[in-house]
Design a protein around this ligand. Structure first.
Ligand code: A3D
Length: 320
């Protein structure tokens, strides 16, 4: 059986880390693509030279052309620019929507059967733009945010409860960023809902509110510490979990920015919801019951995402 082929569009901090993790997990051959000459080639060669030490049997190559993406089973997109001082969110949308146009066309021409995971920010709007241009079925194009946001939440909860991260599961809904909705009722330690643990005195509502806020600000906290970039280890690990679930048909239940049409009261938009990822891509969206507060928070988050998508639509129409 031929090895899987995984294309990484964007060979920056996340792209390089993705290539390394995919190698360590032997998920397939890796093609790194970037517009920066030498960067994807250099990173691919460096990782290829770690393969004999790690005992990895996979090919790593770097390119500045879309042709070598041909036939990729999975494409993970991190291409784009981050927000710089003085830049508005709309400026960032304009530039990265242009990048999504190029990448979408590259995918359409070379690997229309791939499962595509977008990481570029602003996430929910960029995954919409990428799908529009690439024209792939909606269930084959998703955004990575929920796995990362819930991993951050799990890490903080495990520290608070002094238990293994493995035994903490956590749910977040909604858009990536300030309006994300962490769901405490659906977050558990070995199946015990977090609110029950509060009743048992494991934590307090005030402490949990701080953890929720720290989760929402998780990306900004790391930007503040690094000063020259944003998080990349955990984002890469999160996207690899999604790719692995697809390639191995694991059918994991993972929160992703997925196309919601007729679920959660939405009529066609990308936003973060729990999904089942298997060989068919997003095989199912899991609808959970929300109480009034959760519903209001989710609607506010979906509303914020909708306006970002509208701004992206307008920028793309302007660019022609
Ligand atoms: P960075 O290290 O800057 O890498 C981005 C790469 O994209 C660079 O190597 C660029 O040369 C390349 N690039 C720019 N334009 C193009 C183009 N047109 N075609 C191909 N490549 C291009 O950034 P990073 O890897 O740290 O982050 C990548 C993206 O992920 C950014 O948009 C971040 O904001 C985003 N991000 C999202 C999350 C989520 O949870 C959604 C988390 C962390 C980062």
């Amino acid at each position: 059986m031929a090895r899987n082929k995984i294309a990484l569009v964007g060979a920056g901090n996340i792209g390089g880390t993705l290539a390394h993790l995919i190698g360590l997990k032997e998920l397939g051959d890796v093609v790194l693509f970037d517009i920066a000459e030498g960067t994807p080639q250099g990173k691919a060669l460096d990782i290829a030279q770690s393969a004999p030490v790690e005992g990895i049997d996979a090919r790593f190559s770097g390119t500045n052309e879309y042709g070598p993406l041909e036939g990729a089973d999975v494409v993970i997109v991190t291409a784009g620019v981050p927000r710089k001082p003085g830049m508005s969110r709309d400026d960032l949308i304009g530039i990265n929507a242009g990048v999504m146009r190029q990448v979408g066309e590259g995918i359409k021409a070379n690997c229309p059967d791939a499962f595509v995971i977008c990481i570029t920010n602003p996430l929910d709007a960029m995954v919409w733009a990428l799908r529009e241009v690439a024209g792939l079925p909606h269930e084959k194009v998703v955004g990575m945010a929920g796995v990362l946001d819930s991993a951050r939440f799990r890490h903080f909860l495990a520290e608070e409860f002094k238990v293994s991260v493995e035994d903490v599961s956590a749910f977040v809904l909604g858009g990536h960023g300030d309006t994300m909705v962490p769901l405490l009722r659906y977050s558990t330690v070995a199946g015990i809902p977090v609110p029950d643990l509060v009743k048992k005195g494991w934590s307090t509502p005030e402490r949990l509110e701080q953890i929720v806020q720290r989760t929402r600000d998780g990306g900004a906290e790391i930007v503040g510490l690094l000063k020259t970039g944003s998080a990349f280890y955990a984002p890469a690990a999160s996207a690899v979990a999604m790719a692995e679930s697809y390639l191995k048909d694991k059918k994991r239940v993972l929160p992703c920015a997925a196309w919601c049409d007729g679920v959660y009261g939405l009529d066609g938009m990308y936003v973060g919801v729990p999904t089942v990822i298997g060989a068919g891509g997003v095989e199912r969206i899991v609808e959970i019951d929300l109480d009034a507060g959760e519903q209001a928070a989710f609607e506010a988050s979906a509303g914020a995402v909708k306006s970002l998508i509208e701004a992206t639509k307008a920028q793309m129409a302007k660019a022609g």
